[in-house]
Design a protein around this ligand. Structure first.
Ligand SMILES: [Zn+2]
Length: 442
């Protein structure tokens, strides 16, 4: 399963290119594999370019860390514990289970808001790569992997108590996270406190058993390694500000109605109002010309077209179409939609923007749809184009102070203090020693 699925995972999220970090996880991964219960397997360790805080394994020895989880580790020992846990899933041959509906509604945020299946059919299904990332293990398997994680990380000389501490960070992330974040690492554990206590016990047991001359934490060396790591969403892949969506790479923007949610999924952008039955969906159209794209769309969904207009929208040659999909057996499930196809003359892409609602409710939404569609524009503002992602910056604290004082000293905005406390696995009131290092954002 792993060998077949690995290319999909990599294609979907992309690998995060960082030679130093990659060399580190390879070295520790191979070292740990040798002391594991399946030392002869060919393991591969990869960093995925995703802000989600997650690590997962596929059968056959494929182990993934997101850049999001790497940003949240505060020392090598935390990383080693999670590495051991994931290798544990492989060595204990845990076949991944089905992802849960709860997780689906978190990731399929927008689709989950829309009640009508006939409206939802126009949105992409959750992609294979995301499904794989969402796969979860049973509680028994998780607890067995915790045990193996402690054993393996202790065997290569790390303090497995740090792994328990990282569970607390994960717990804080899932409490504070907005929609769209999916810390599946903890999701199958209804009681993280038990897990925390148990891992501490196991860590003590293994340290007594092996009696190595000291167990490493390696905080500063880990922090130096993640200095400059991209943090959070990468705005180069599209971002929203004040109900306008901007795509700096593809150079377009469009507004969307206030009160609507927007999900920038890998293959399409979905928008929907809360608790109502309508969607807008933006993505690539198939076909080389506007009329080819329109024909393919009509074919795909079996539409009755009532109106077609050629027009120019802010410089884009466009085709606007109003159509219905009629359900003879159940007229209440018929939908009405308006779709625009835009031709981008710079790269020959054809984009489509769809607004769809149940037929009897269409009029309620049509002005919202048209407002978004008629304001699709080329992005020219250099400030909007030249956005850069945020990065982790490691700074030195010259004298003893609290984390809060240290954040102020580094001009971090107050509204992000709680987030930064979690990122540093600390409380704002925690005392830092002179010459210690913390993570800030730049
Ligand atoms: Zn697990």
């Amino acid at each position: 399963m792993g060998a077949q699925s690995d290319p999909q995972v990599v294609a979907e999220f992309g690998l995060y290119e960082d030679a130093k970090l990659q060399a580190f996880i390879d070295e520790k991964g191979q070292k740990m594999a040798k002391v594991s219960h399946r030392p002869d397997l060919d393991y591969e360790f990869k960093i995925l370019n995703s802000p989600v805080v997650n690590a997962f394994a596929l059968p056959g020895g494929y182990i993934y860390f997101t850049r999001g989880i790497l940003a949240h580790f505060s020392n090598e020992a935390e990383f080693a514990g999670v590495l051991g846990h994931e290798i544990g899933h492989v060595t204990a041959r845990h076949g991944a289970q089905q992802y849960t509906n709860q997780m689906l509604s978190q990731i399929g945020l927008i689709v989950g808001l829309v009640v009508s299946p006939t409206v939802r059919q126009f949105a992409d299904e959750i992609s294979q790569g995301v499904q794989l990332m969402m796969l979860s293990n049973s509680r028994e398997h998780e607890s067995q992997s915790d045990q193996l994680g402690v054993e393996y990380s202790t065997k290569i000389g790390y303090d497995a108590n740090q792994m328990a501490n990282f569970f607390q960070t994960i717990g804080r992330i899932s409490e504070s996270s907005g929609a769209g974040e999916i810390p599946t690492f903890l999701s199958t554990h209804p009681n993280p406190a038990d897990r925390f206590t148990r891992v501490h016990q196991l860590a003590e047991e293994w340290q007594d058993k092996l009696k190595l001359p000291g167990y490493k934490v390696n905080r500063d060396s880990y922090l130096d390694m993640i200095d400059g790591l991209i943090y959070g969403e990468d705005p180069r892949e599209g971002y929203t500000d004040n109900h306008v969506f901007y795509h700096p790479e593809m150079r377009f923007s469009f507004p969307y109605p206030s009160g609507w949610l927007l999900l920038n999924a890998p293959t399409q952008i979905q928008m929907a109002p809360r608790d109502q039955n309508a969607m807008m969906i933006f993505g690539f159209a198939s076909g080389k010309t506007l009329s080819e794209a329109a024909d393919a769309f009509v074919q795909q969904y079996g539409l009755n077209v009532s109106e077609t207009n050629n027009k120019t929208v802010n410089g884009y040659p466009s085709l606007q179409m109003v159509a219905e999909q009629v359900n003879e057996n159940n007229p209440a499930e018929s939908v009405r939609l308006v779709v625009y196809f835009y031709q981008d003359k710079n790269n020959n892409n054809i984009y489509q923007m769809l607004g769809v609602a149940p037929r009897q409710e269409f009029n309620k939404f049509s002005n919202y749809f048209l407002f978004t569609m008629d304001n699709f524009k080329t992005l020219t503002d250099p400030q909007r184009i030249n956005v850069r992602p945020e990065k982790i910056k490691i700074v030195n604290i010259p004298s003893a102070m609290t984390l809060e004082q240290a954040l102020r000293r580094n001009n971090m905005p107050t509204k992000r203090f709680d987030e930064l406390a979690i990122l540093n696995s600390m409380q704002l009131t925690d005392q830092l020693k002179a010459n210690s290092k913390i993570k800030v954002i730049e």
